[in-house]
Design a binder for this molecule. Structure first.
Ligand SMILES: [Zn+2]
Length: 80
């Protein structure tokens, strides 16, 4: 019985340097900040970055700016 050197198989591996850790360090967006749509201008914003929020029945509506907030309060039917 011939004994092959164990060293023959070594060296093939070891190139697997990829890891998913690169995503962990992304500062900014926390997992629980949802993206929502400002109904007035149609812009997508993160809840925690919204300028204003109002509650309407079961829903929360977020606005990117005071201007959009104001427009909505003036004519809410227009945007629902
Ligand atoms: Zn807006």
């Amino acid at each position: 019985m011939m004994k092959h050197g164990c060293g023959a198989h070594m060296g093939g591996h070891g190139g697997h340097g990829e890891s998913h850790e690169g995503h962990a360090g992304h500062g900014g967006t926390s997992p629980d900040s949802h993206k929502v749509k400002d109904p007035v201008c149609g812009m997508e914003i993160y809840e925690d970055q919204a300028y204003a929020m109002i509650r309407r029945e079961e829903r929360q509506i977020f606005f990117c700016s005071e201007a959009c907030h104001e427009k909505f309060r003036t004519e809410p039917e227009k945007y629902l």
